[in-house]
Design a protein around this ligand. Structure first.
Ligand SMILES: [Zn+2]
Length: 120
């Protein structure tokens, strides 16, 4: 299911809208201030679409076995699916952690344990 990201013209707040299909009419309302003056933001949509392709190629984590998490783009997929099932938007802190992990950025304490990494 495609996700459109909208940015509020009034308060600059961002929200993600799930749409049933590409091109379906969407009437986004800002969850923060209630404004309907939302403009479409394209960058994250492209990101989500490429991620969906990765998911399709990687298949089911339980069937894929230990190699599954070798692709950093699969990190956080379980959490994403859980939030989706509950119909909730993932908290931005969690999103940030996951995208950082996917880009190879390890959480602080772990990073310090990697020899040589801090000197680069
Ligand atoms: Zn707003």
């Amino acid at each position: 299911m495609p996700i459109y990201e909208y940015c509020c013209n009034a308060c600059q707040g961002k929200t993600s809208i799930f749409v049933k299909r590409i091109g379906a009419p969407v009437s986004p309302v800002c969850p923060a201030c209630g404004s309907q003056e939302m403009r479409r933001v394209l960058s994250r949509f492209a990101y989500h679409r490429s991620l969906a392709t990765v998911h399709e190629e990687s298949g089911d984590p339980e069937k894929a076995g230990p190699d599954y998490y070798k692709d950093p783009r699969n990190i956080g997929r379980w959490a994403e699916n859980k939030f989706k099932e509950m119909g909730m938007e993932m908290p931005s802190q969690v999103q940030d952690m996951i995208s950082a992990a996917r880009e190879g950025e390890l959480p602080g304490p772990v990073k310090e344990l990697q020899p040589g990494l801090s000197e680069v």
